[in-house]
Design a binder for this molecule. Structure first.
Ligand code: PEP
Ligand code: MG
Length: 605
């Protein structure tokens, strides 16, 4: 049994056979073969190895003729490996003694050697490991023949293990066939992680290298709460996980009683908890939990699902579905936020520019450069506004000019609809995401020109700390508890209050219960979260008091390190949940006096 730890991004526990997606998506259909099939399976292996050997020999010849002997030698090494007697014997022994399928046995043996080579820490040996991966691919391709599976062709539920999944791959996962997924890369707020939450699929990302430790078909456990992957677990561990899954089910049944509860703090302050959605189907996740609305509808996933851009009617149908289901509760439709890690193949083909850079042509910048497409979306949003409390929101606004241009396009579209006699809500509230430091710093200016703000902490953290949100190596730097982030949030909340502009937090920070006291203490009363955490947040809100939260915020703001802020907030929430009283010396926890005021006080004396 092997335990791997990563970043927990979507809770739940899943147990099942692994499908390992490497660069190529081979799926090993089964781990075992029937006892009476062992001999024929051994024959199948031999034939496959023979064909591989011949193929490699041909490649060697072609490479040597065209490129020179040294290139031919690369294939010669592969051939040697395929013919290696000890390798072949080990694979055969697995098939004979353990009834493993040839695919599973070969993959297991090759991965064992690969791992050993990688662990030697010698670059030359690591290159040999790449040769072995290549051999594994050849063996599987040969053994599986036409049976090489794409994710779409899964027949039984599996746990997906991959180096990385793109948001569009994640968006198209079949929830009935994928029990959970684990990736080597990815960060806490990468869109792949967010989608896992949307699909309510247990997921762990940012595990680092582990794919060479696991073979397709092997049993694995994924714990999306603790951020753990267990490969080949023993019986005791399996039983322990089943018990924990049961305890979680009981807790989620208890939380279901919060469905019709309006969230309020213990001292009666109403908190509005809305849901973030990516697909119209998710609106049920919100209504099932008694959400106060949809605080963020990430419409870009409409663009990522198909090959062609969505038509006005496709937009309109999706929005109407959500608006109707929310039955009068607010629905904030964010115009498409494509670019960075959310890029479709058709976009790549159609647009020149740095689409996949977080600092490039993305989001509202892209919409403003593609007016016909932007207008199509806005027409649909406006048409849907006739059926409920629709609000429109622009993402990634960084300058006033951008905001004004976007509003002008909206006004143009309104004029068109008027001329066509199409009904819509003329006074539709217009909001913007505050997720770029320039927008946060100029919150006073922006507040004069919008009806609401929504703070997108996922990007705000990324841009404030210059830390890619999807990079697991920066997981410690990328922190919602960083004092710079807290300062920007307070700044925006205070500016919004001065102009009487409502402000919501819709980044993942607000889905993490440990931040709730801090956010309430900073003056936030509206959050928009991954729907499955709504009941837990309602429960927690009911245990908090505003004055206590203000003390928590003041203390957190006085701390110097993100790590200390996060640890403090974690302890606070545990204390609240366990019912331990607040410390009497809360006043002593409040922000220390600044050096600057001391300095001037001294100068005045
Ligand atoms: C954010 O940046 O916090 C946000 C909510 O938007 P997204 O995660 O879609 O970039
Ligand atoms: Mg964002």
């Amino acid at each position: 049994m092997l335990l791997k730890r990563g970043i927990a991004v979507s809770p739940g526990v899943a147990v099942g056979p692994a499908v390992v997606l490497g660069v190529e998506t081979f799926r090993i259909p089964s781990q075992y073969v029937r006892v009476d099939a062992v001999e024929s399976e051994l024959d199948r292996l031999d034939r496959a190895l023979e064909r591989i050997s011949t193929e490699i020999g041909e490649n060697e010849q072609i490479a040597a003729d065209r490129l020179g002997a040294q290139y031919g030698a690369i294939f010669a090494a592969h051939g040697q490996l395929a013919r290696d007697a000890s390798f072949q014997d080990e694979v055969r022994a697995y098939i004979r003694k353990k009834n493993y399928s040839p695919e599973f046995a070969a993959s297991r043996v090759i991965r064992k050697y690969t791992k050993a080579l990688q662990e030697m820490g010698n670059p030359q040996m690591a290159e040999r490991a790449a040769d072995l991966f290549d051999l594994e691919k050849r063996v599987l391709r040969e053994l599986l023949g036409q049976g090489r599976d794409e994710l779409k062709n899964l027949t039984d539920p599996v746990v997906l293990l991959a180096k990385n999944l793109t948001p569009s791959e994640t968006a198209s996962l079949d929830r009935s066939k994928i029990l959970a997924f684990v990736t080597e890369g990815g960060g806490r707020t990468s869109h792949t992680a967010i989608l896992a939450g949307a699909l309510e699929l247990p997921a762990v990302v940012g595990v680092g290298r582990f794919l060479s430790d696991v073979a397709g078909g092997e049993t694995v456990i994924v714990d999306g709460q603790r951020g753990e992957l267990l490969i080949d677990p023993d019986e005791e561990t399996l039983a322990d996980y089943r018990r924990r899954a049961e305890a979680r089910r009981t807790e989620s049944i208890r939380l279901q009683t919060y469905r019709d509860v309006q969230p309020r703090t213990r001292d009666g302050e109403r908190i509005f908890i809305m849901g973030n959605i990516e697909f119209p189907e998710e609106v049920g996740h919100c209504t099932d939990r008694g959400s106060d609305g949809v605080g963020l509808y990430r419409t870009e996933f409409l663009y990522l699902q198909g090959d062609a851009e969505p038509t006005e009617e496709e937009h309109y149908d999706a929005y109407c579905k959500v608006v109707t289901a929310m039955a009068g509760r607010p629905v904030v439709i964010r115009t498409m936020d494509l670019g960075a890690d959310k890029v479709s193949d058709s976009m790549r083909r159609g647009i020149a520019g740095h689409l996949d850079s977080a600092l490039g042509l993305r989001s509202i910048r892209l919409s403003l450069q593609n007016l016909p497409s932007f207008k199509t979306q806005l027409r649909a949003v406006l048409r849907a506004s006739a059926f409920g409390d629709v609000r429109v929101m622009f993402p990634l606004v960084s300058t006033l000019l951008e905001l004004r241009q976007a509003k002008m396009v909206l006004a143009d579209v309104m004029e068109d609809l008027d001329e066509e006699g199409i009904e819509f809500r003329r006074d539709i509230p217009i909001g913007m995401m505050v997720e770029v430091p320039s927008a946060a710093l100029r919150a006073d200016d922006f507040a004069r020109e919008v009806d609401f703000f929504s703070i997108g902490t996922n990007d705000l953290i990324q841009y404030t700390l210059a830390a890619d949100r999807a990079d697991p190596d920066l997981a410690n730097l990328y922190s919602a508890g960083d004092p710079s982030v807290l300062r920007l949030i307070r700044w925006v909340v205070e500016a919004a209050a001065r102009h009487d502009v409502p402000v919501t937090i819709c980044g993942q920070m607000s889905s993490d219960p440990k931040f709730l006291p801090l956010l309430l203490g900073l003056g936030i009363r509206q959050i928009s979260v991954t729907p499955h955490v709504i009941p837990e947040l309602k429960d927690l809100a009911g245990r908090l008091e505003v004055a206590g939260c203000e003390g928590v915020a003041a203390h957190a703001e006085g701390l110097e390190l993100a790590r200390d802020v996060e640890n403090y907030l974690r302890d606070e929430v545990e204390r609240t949940r366990s019912g331990r009283p607040e410390p009497d010396d809360r006043a002593a926890l409040v922000r220390p006096k600044s050096k600057r005021s001391d300095h001037w006080a001294g100068a005045a004396r």
